[in-house]
Design a protein around this ligand. Structure first.
Ligand code: GDD
Ligand code: MN
Length: 375
């Protein structure tokens, strides 16, 4: 049998990569082979490697990558199971690299890989981050974006500009190149959530970075679909908030409390609705409202607060039961503590009630983060 052996001659081995191109992918199977071909064409003369970071896409993205990797040692698949997230995918791709330089490019061919050599030159020439920019002169903003999406993108860019220590024309870009060492130095402070890792890097660096922008034209997507949705925007606002508050109030907690506030409104609405129905006593109405509100809270938390750990199927049912149980104990503690404060004369109705409610939020958050949604 003709075994496929590796050449014994060390000189025949591929050069160690100078540049790792990190390609976050979710359901991009059709774009994998064209991506490798384009990198090959764009990066002649550069010792590059490509890491496709795939979050276990059902469309077989990782398999496509492995087919190519079987004949091209420059190509690797990094497959993550049970997790989702663009920012954390990029981070893990960077951590898998031993090259001095890393680049991040979308796996859907919307970023123009032909500017990679110019980005490389910019960093070799002293820039700390080279950003592929849709807004710099010569670039074309928001090609293929709907009017609504363009507005949201513009709003995000303006918000980031207010907070960023370095002015960047296209801070929302997911297309950039930098030294791996610098990335790893910032990494411990990264929030590492959501879609916008460049904004995160610039906000977490602790000092202004020397940024070089290289213009390009954002291409329309040919295959697959965008993963951006409304909750991505919420998550982005969370990232900005996290960073502007210096991280002392975690975004997850704020999202959890926000969802809790929505739950209170739902509770009151259900109560109001049921009070109009003759024959339903207060206790029954209150129980019903509590269950509806808890369920809505659970589903919203699953979509927003714990988006990256989202539960599905049997784990969703198990999570919901645990959530009911945890919140039930939280509610009992609420009433108990408030009653005690009142009884001891430490606080009046208002203060005792507020203390009880605060205790419940913190308790429910602790249970949710440790038992219900676990990483
Ligand atoms: N591994 C992984 N996990 N990859 C993901 C995930 C995820 O959860 N979500 C998205 N991706 C991949 C997609 O497969 C794609 O290759 C890339 O990340 C960008 O996702 P898109 O869904 O195509 O994003 P977009 O086109 O709406 O957003 C683009 O424009 C932004 C500028 O506003 C991207 O270029 C962003 O990086 C850019 O910031
Ligand atoms: Mn895209």
């Amino acid at each position: 049998m003709p075994a496929a052996t590796h050449p014994a001659d060390p000189a025949a081995r591929p050069l160690p990569a100078e540049l790792t191109v990190i390609i976050p992918c979710f359901n991009e199977a059709a774009n994998v082979a064209p991506m490798v071909e384009r990198l090959e064409a764009a990066l002649r003369g550069v010792a590059w490697e490509a890491v496709f970071v795939d979050d276990n896409s059902p469309d077989g993205t990782a398999e496509r990558v492995r087919e190519i990797a079987a004949r091209d040692p420059r190509v690797r698949a990094l497959r993550r199971v049970g997790r989702r997230g663009l920012a954390s995918a990029v981070t893990e791709g960077a951590l898998s690299s031993s090259a001095p330089l890393i680049a991040v490019i979308d796996g859907d061919l919307q970023h123009d890989e032909t500017i990679l050599p110019a980005m490389l030159e910019a960093v070799r020439g002293g820039a700390e981050v080279a950003v592929g920019s849709r807004h710099a002169e010569g670039g074309e903003a928001a090609t293929g974006f709907s009017a609504g999406r363009a507005r949201v993108s513009g709003l995000g860019a303006r918000l980031s500009a207010m907070l960023l220590p370095t002015p960047v024309g296209d801070p929302m870009s997911g297309f950039f190149l930098m030294r791996r060492e610098l990335f790893e130095a910032i990494l411990p402070r990264l929030s590492n959530r959501g879609f916008k890792i460049l904004v995160d890097l610039l906000l977490s660096a602790g000092r202004p970075l020397r940024v070089a922008e290289v213009p390009y034209r954002f291409r329309p997507r040919l295959a697959g679909e965008s993963k951006l949705d409304a909750t991505v925007l919420l998550e982005f606002l969370g990232l900005l908030m996290d960073k502007s508050l210096g991280g002392w109030l975690p975004w997850r907690f704020v999202a959890f409390a926000g969802v809790g506030a929505v739950g209170i409104l739902v509770h009151l609405a259900v109560l109001g609705l049921l009070s109009g129905i003759p024959g339903i006593g207060f206790a029954a109405a209150q129980w019903t409202a509590t269950f509806v509100a808890m369920t809505v809270n659970f589903l919203l938390n699953n979509r927003i607060t714990y988006r990256d750990l989202r539960l599905r199927g049997a784990r969703l049912a198990r999570g919901l039961l645990l959530f009911y149980l945890g919140c039930g104990i939280g509610a009992a503690a609420n009433v108990g503590v408030a009653g005690l404060l009142l009884q001891e004369g430490v606080a009046g109705w208002g203060l005792a009630g507020a203390a009880g409610a605060l205790l419940t939020v913190v308790w429910n958050y602790a249970i949710s983060s440790t038992l219900v949604w676990r990483s």
